[in-house]
Design a protein around this ligand. Structure first.
Ligand code: FES
Length: 128
């Protein structure tokens, strides 16, 4: 089948589908893991806050390792494919409010495709 013959994709089932890494590795693993950085509690917080906000057609799921462990706790939101590092519940709240409610982006928490390690992060600074 050529690209030309490819049928149109159906529209996404969910308006937003969030995958929160909750992977756990043995203590001392060189890459660490999102669970040891609070990934499970952050996922639980995101689910309960999304429900309290009344977000419709938004699904928040557990994910196994997303392979960006050093930058965790990580989550990714589809269909946009925007990645975030979310170390705190307040960060989760900001992603919920800014990205999922208002359709914006939380730039300071976004992971870029070329980021592999925390040292690659160029966190935007506030000019003021
Ligand atoms: S353990 Fe979360 S990205 Fe690998």
């Amino acid at each position: 089948m050529s690209q030309r013959d490819k049928p149109a994709d159906p529209k996404p089932y969910y308006e937003a589908h969030v995958f929160c890494c909750t992977n756990r590795r043995p203590a001392g693993h060189p890459r660490g893991c999102c669970a040891e950085k609070g990934g499970e509690a952050l996922r639980d917080h995101m689910k309960s806050r999304a429900k309290a906000l009344g977000l419709k057609n938004v699904r928040i799921n557990n994910a196994g390792c997303l392979d960006r462990c050093e930058l965790g706790p990580t989550l990714v939101i589809y269909p946009e494919g925007v990645w975030y590092t979310v170390p705190t519940k307040e960060d989760i709240d900001e992603v919920l409010e800014t990205h999922l409610v208002k359709g914006g982006r939380v730039e300071r928490l976004m992971l870029q495709p070329n980021e592999k390690l925390p040292s690659d992060r160029k966190v935007p600074t506030t000019v003021g």
